[in-house]
Design a protein around this ligand. Sequence first.
Ligand code: SF4
Length: 353
Amino acid sequence: MNKPSIYGLTLDQLTAWLQEHGHTKFRANQVWEWLYRKRVTSFAEMADVNKECTQLLADHFVIETLEEHLKQESSDGTIKFLFRLQDGNLIETVLMSHKFGLSVCVTTQVGCNIGCSFCASGLLAKSRDLSSGEIVGQIMKVQRHLDQTKQGERVSHIVVMGIGEPFDNYDNMANFIRTVKDHKGLAIGPRHITVSTSGLAEKIYEFADSDLQVNLAISLHAPNNELRTRIMKINRAIPIEKLMKAIDYYLEKTNRRITLEYILLKDVNDRREHAVELAELIGDRRDLANVNLIPYNPVDEHSQYQRSEQESVRAFYDTLKKQGISCSVRMEHGADIDAACGQLRSKQIRAAT
Ligand code: SF4
């Protein structure tokens, strides 16, 4: 049987595990530093940790479980990595370069069961959740790539927006966040981490009550139930009213701003009247909400959807602004590679089958 990755343990869990096996908290801190500051790939490299401890760790864990299968680089600096997991499954991770730093978009599941009608990943049903070690492993792979190619540069932001519904893999997603935030390790600031959900209301309450304290984005994509159900079948089970109630709880509990993601699909949800309806839906929440407009990246799998005209994007944006809604248009990354989420993975899987 494959050994699990040690990246799956938070610092508290690693400390408890080592203490149970006769080692000290000090030792756990040393190991943590070797993992996340010096970023070694084998326990034997942990020079100041005694042999007994490194052997114990090597008997129970591995460090890396991801193998690079493919890498696509865009002229704008975006890099798409396709990683192979120990069981042979492929997952996608994206590194993006911005003025404010380097962000990584991570995957949380192999496939996805939410089935958004515009998404290349939604066609490949979920086969399993990723462990937190596999999610942390994506950041470590990308960080090591930076260590080798751009010394001194570090992953500064994380978006949990890759393939999968993070709230459908809640505990592993939460441990992943605890690990990457830890100030003795990667120390990625909580304000630089965003988790995106398709709107699993129950988990929004749990997230609001948790110690995680990172940003939340909601994939809204439509201003009314009829349209949202057409685009995202999850809306049948969790309609907009239920979602907005959970959002209200989150806003009141955390007082943090929330992002509402809105993918613009030509002649489907991109008309001026949709923008007006969206502004009405946001209503009093406008002080704590930002709408992120995302021009659609067409994929072969969903030929029924096209990209909105630029004038429609502009008109939608202007209409929201006029209604006092804060909004932005997402910059496109990696337009010259397989830019849409899950596109590279689904192409590879199709080619292999
Ligand atoms: S958009 Fe996200 S939640 Fe929806 S099917 Fe794709 S991966 Fe799943």
